[in-house]
Design a binder for this molecule. Structure first.
Ligand SMILES: *Cc1c(COP(=O)(O)O)cnc(C)c1O
Length: 356
């Protein structure tokens, strides 16, 4: 028998979250972002669960091909565009749309004959300083692209660095509006945080990612308060029980010391499964449907939980590491990170199954 750990993916929850995005997007085109293996949920599941999206967006060309092979016929957008000339073969063959964020990508397009024009998202760097043309270079890039027969529709795009804080997009939006003034074409700005929090940024096309998986893009708002449902439930079981006396310690480094008699359970889940080692004592976790806390350091394959107040539990009791009773955002916070990282980091050794 394999270890009892399992990640369960709810297609119904993913589809529900897409409907929430759609509700906020109004008439805008909705790209479901499924990069990084659909934020760890599996590309195939993303294709199936987000069937109602207008398009799928990702970075990896192999993931784009997998979407086509899984039967996706609607648009696909490469969020970082192409990396080398040969990628244009894939773009052409699979009918992909691509971001253009630098002059080298325009050079690659210009050097190449295409049987049909490719739709382009022209990216402006609005202050994040990651990818995109600087505002002063943006219009020249547009003019150059527009003159290429290889290029079809051009959408004007940027990506916000601070969409999750109030007022965080103000200067970026102003710069984008100034820079693109008078240029024809749809506008595409919003990730999840902007879609949920900045109605002025919705424009003509939106790119929600994290919200589709049921995690909140905001530090101060829960996913439930945004009507989002967890797409992933990480489950395991208690595989050992220890009774502790005052002074007994738990785990590597003996970082936890019992002050009173306690009962703890050992869960078949550790950092080699993707559960963060940075989660210290007190991280929320649910055993047999009741919330309790982790105890001591997370080991490679195991972690400890406090069962003192749960006398009916024991070996074989079900454990929810994250999901409905404990949100992935709570665990992420305990580890000093964000839900994105946890869902992307579930280890390949954890069996992943689809439910509903
Ligand atoms: C990842 C990504 C998104 C989605 O961001 P979320 O915060 O997950 O909603 C949107 N646009 C671009 C360019 C991205 O790279």
């Amino acid at each position: 028998m394999p270890r009892p750990i399992q990640a369960r993916i709810s297609h119904a929850a993913l589809a529900h979250n897409l409907s929430v995005a759609r509700r906020h997007a109004g008439e805008a085109f909705v790209w479901a972002v499924i990069k990084a293996n659909a934020y760890g949920h599996g590309i195939g599941r993303g294709v199936a669960a987000f069937a109602a999206a207008d398009g799928l967006a990702m970075l990896d060309l192999n993931e784009a091909v997998r979407c086509r092979e899984a039967g996706w016929v609607k648009p696909i957008l490469l969020l970082e565009g192409i990396f080398e000339a040969a990628d244009l073969d894939v773009v052409e063959r699979y009918g992909l749309s691509m971001t253009v964020h630098c002059a080298q990508q325009i050079d690659l397009l210009a050097a190449r004959r295409l049987l049909r024009p490719v739709d382009v998202y022209l990216k402006m760097n609005s202050g994040m300083n990651r990818l995109g043309f600087k505002a002063e270079d943006y219009r020249a890039a547009w003019t150059r692209l527009r003159a290429l027969p290889q290029v079809g529709a051009i959408t004007l795009m940027t990506h916000f660095a601070d969409a999750d804080v109030a007022g965080g997009t103000d200067s970026a939006r102003a710069l984008f509006a100034r820079t693109t003034q008078g240029l024809p074409g749809p506008r595409a700005l919003a990730n999840s945080a902007a879609l949920l929090g900045v109605p002025e940024a919705i424009g003509d096309a939106v790119r929600p990612g994290i919200m589709l998986y049921g995690s909140s893009p905001f530090a101060d708002r829960t996913a439930a308060s945004l009507d989002l449902q967890p797409g992933m439930h990480l489950f395991s079981e208690i595989i050992g029980v220890q009774d502790l006396q005052p002074g007994d310690t738990v785990g590597y480094g003996s970082t936890f010391r019992a002050e009173a008699p306690m009962r703890i359970g050992i869960v078949a889940c550790g950092y080699a499964d993707g559960y963060p080692r940075h989660c210290g004592t007190g991280t929320p976790i649910a055993v047999a449907g009741q919330r309790t806390r982790t105890i001591g350091r997370v080991s490679m394959d195991m972690l400890a939980v406090d069962l003192t107040a749960l006398p009916q539990t024991g070996i074989g009791s079900p454990v929810e590491l994250w999901g409905t009773q404990v949100s992935i955002d709570e665990v992420a916070k305990a580890a000093g990170t964000i839900g994105y990282e946890l869902m992307c980091a579930v280890a390949p050794r954890v069996p992943m199954v689809s439910v509903d």
